[in-house]
Design a protein around this ligand. Structure first.
Ligand code: NI
Length: 170
């Protein structure tokens, strides 16, 4: 396994819609393993393939570090939200926008379907942080960042701060 480089905003690869995985082969399995190690190393509760420069619909989620009530590591290929209900607002960050976070409105409960690495169809339900992580990571494979979910005013303000921080780093 290897720790991969996490792309950061405003890398154009983060804005691209990712393609479905058509065949689960050794390469996809290695991608999942490397993404998992990269997520734990960061550390984060989720990671999507475009964040490591691969525009394929693959995500990994593990909220164990933040919540006791956790299903453990979840690997999902071609994930889709099939139903959702309620609304919640909570603080959200992203490994691709390090050092920042913002309150983001999300669905309170989501049902997700996808394939596991064996190609078996799986369905999962999440509330709270797990629901937030599913929505955040599935957004990533559609080229959407959490800052795109903010009101225009909040988004512009946060973007200015990020650009400023990037400029001072350079
Ligand atoms: Ni993210």
């Amino acid at each position: 396994m290897a720790i991969l480089k996490i792309l950061t905003y405003p890398d154009p690869k983060l804005k691209k819609k990712s393609s479905p995985v058509e065949k689960i082969d050794k390469e996809i399995e290695k991608l999942i393993d490397d993404m998992t190690e990269t997520m734990y190393d960061a550390p984060g509760v989720g990671l999507a393939a475009p964040q490591v420069g691969v525009n394929l619909r693959v995500i990994v989620v593990d909220i164990s570090a933040r919540e006791q009530d956790s299903p453990g590591l979840i690997e999902l290929i071609n994930p889709e939200i099939i139903s959702s209900e309620g609304v919640m607002v909570g603080e959200e960050g992203c490994l691709s926008i390090p050092g920042f976070s913002s309150e983001v409105k999300r669905k309170a409960k989501v049902k997700v379907k996808g394939l596991n690495r064996k190609g078996h169809f799986i369905e999962l339900e999440g509330t709270g942080l797990l629901a937030r992580a599913f929505q955040h990571e599935i957004d990533h494979i559609d080229g959407i960042l959490y800052i795109d979910r903010l009101s225009r005013l909040k988004r512009e303000l946060l973007k200015k701060k990020i650009v400023k921080a990037l400029a001072s780093e350079a």
